[in-house]
Structures are given as structure tokens and as C-alpha cells.
Design a protein around this ligand. Structure first.
Ligand code: AP5
Ligand code: MG
Length: 213
């Protein structure tokens, strides 16, 4: 099963993608997590990605597509995957579509996690992320068992650099201009499904399971 998660920054794509990955036994592939891991390791890729991410801009398509195609060519992706944060532009979606077509394959579901802009800014300022294992929490809605510490791996939780309010506003602008057109792209392919992302994360997941079967 090949799934694409769509939705504004902070809509809960990562939260849901991790639950889907666990339930259906497929890898969770997040371009944002791949970039953040590279930033942490200080790689050239990380340095380049950081210059865009800190401003809330998108990393150029050419670089992002290369990273993503490398990742999904790995063995663990043979039986499917859930993509979180990719594609984010029409050109990215077209490249992915062309690559899958070559393999006589296609995306099965594009799930749009729908959350209005007003809710987003509040969510982001409360998010805490583990830069080691990629787990995310929310200080009110999804708190870790011990404040500031990741339940999964015991590392310190941080506020992401790009979760500052001004940057979040820019990320939302970028989302509306460059990423929202993908809703139309996947609607035309007949695979778009929308879920209400404003409810509790367990309820969002139930709605997604009802779609995936
Ligand atoms: P990326 O890491 O993909 O960030 P994003 O799209 O901005 O999304 P987020 O990770 O911020 O939000 P999310 O939807 O995953 O929400 P989450 O589950 O964490 O990308 C970062 C940057 O990398 C981009 O800005 C860009 O520069 C670059 N990049 C990445 N991919 C790229 C690409 N393909 N092309 C170009 N550039 C790319 O949830 C948010 C918060 O809400 C959390 O605190 C969570 O605990 C909480 N929460 C989740 N669900 C609920 C709920 N139902 N109710 C209440 N709270 C909830
Ligand atoms: Mg995410």
C-alpha cells in the first residue's frame, strides 16, 4: 500500500503517518525528518536544507526528489510506504507519478488531514520534537510521560527552529501557494480522501483506518 499524506504544516501528518506505519507494517518516510537528521549530523545536504527550512521556504525540488527516490528505492519500501511531507509541489508529484508508472505502480491513497489555519499556529507553539528518533508531542494535547523527555528513546525534546510564529505564518503561505494544488492533482487521479484533522488524534486515526480498510 502506497500512501501520501497531505495537509498544512502542523495538521498532524507526522502523527498520523507514524500510526499508519505501525498499524500496516510499512515504513514512514518523512522528507522533513530526513532533512533534520542531516542537519543534526552536519552533512552538506543538511546545511543546504537548513538555509531554506529556517525561513519556512521549501527545499528545491531537484534536491528533495533525489533524496526521496533514493529512500523509496530501499528494500523496506518494496511493499509500500507512507509518505509524509512529500510531494509538496506539483513538479514533485509529477516525478513521483512518472517513477511509479515506470514500475507499473501508483499511489493508492492521498489522505488530506484538514485543519484550518487558525488552529495551526496554536498547535505549533506547543509542539515538542525529538530530534533523535523523530517522535513528536504536544505540551497540552499529546504530552510525553516525563516533561521534556522523549517516551520512545529518552532524549531531550525541543521546540523546532521553524516552529516560531513568524516562520509558521510563512510556512502556511507556502503551503497554500505550492502544496494545496496537490489536492486537485490527487482528486483527478481518484485517490484523494479527506479527514477532519481538528479532532483528537485517535479519532483522526479511526477515520483514516476506515478509509484504508
Ligand atoms: P516537515 O517536517 O514536513 O514540516 P511540515 O509540513 O511543516 O509539517 P510538520 O511536521 O510541521 O507538521 P505535521 O503535519 O507533521 O504535524 P505533527 O504530526 O507534527 O517539513 C519541514 C521543512 O522541511 C519544510 O518547511 C521544508 O522547508 C522542508 N521540506 C520537507 N519536505 C519537503 C519537500 N517535499 N519539498 C521541499 N521542502 C521540504 O503535529 C503538529 C503538532 O500537533 C504536534 O505537536 C502534535 O503532537 C499535535 N497534534 C497532532 N495531531 C493532533 C490532533 N489531532 N489534535 C491536537 N494536536 C495534535
Ligand atoms: Mg511532520
Amino acid at each position: 500500500m502506497k500512501i501520501v499524506m497531505l495537509g498544512a504544516p502542523g495538521a498532524g501528518k507526522g502523527t498520523q503517518a507514524k500510526m499508519i506505519a505501525k498499524e500496516y507494517g510499512i515504513p514512514h518516510v518523512s522528507t522533513g525528518d530526513i532533512f533534520r537528521a542531516n542537519i543534526k549530523e552536519g552533512t552538506e545536504l543538511g546545511k543546504e536544507a537548513k538555509s531554506y527550512m529556517d525561513k519556512g521556504e521549501l527545499v528545491p525540488d531537484e534536491l528533495t526528489v533525489r533524496i526521496l527516490l533514493d529512500r523509496v528505492a530501499q528494500d523496506d519500501c518494496k511493499n509500500g510506504y507512507v509518505l509524509d511531507g512529500f510531494p509538496r509541489t506539483i513538479p514533485q508529484a509529477e516525478v513521483l507519478d512518472a517513477e511509479l508508472t515506470k514500475l507499473n505502480d501508483a499511489i493508492d491513497f492521498a489522505i488530506d488531514v484538514d485543519v484550518p489555519d487558525e488552529n495551526i499556529i496554536r498547535r505549533m507553539s506547543g509542539r515538542r520534537a525529538c530530534l533523535k528518533c523523530g517522535a513528536t508531542y504536544h505540551i497540552e494535547h499529546i504530552p510525553p510521560k516525563q516533561e521534556g523527555i522523549c517516551d520512545a528513546c529518552g532524549s531531550e525534546l525541543v521546540l523546532r527552529d521553524d516552529d516560531k510564529e513568524e516562520t509558521v505564518k510563512n510556512r502556511l503561505d507556502v503551503y497554500h501557494k505550492q502544496t494545496q494544488p496537490l489536492i486537485d492533482f490527487y482528486t483527478k487521479k481518484g485517490v484523494l480522501k479527506s479527514v477532519d484533522g481538528t479532532v483528537d488524534s485517535a479519532e483522526v486515526f479511526s477515520a483514516i483506518k476506515a478509509i484504508l480498510g
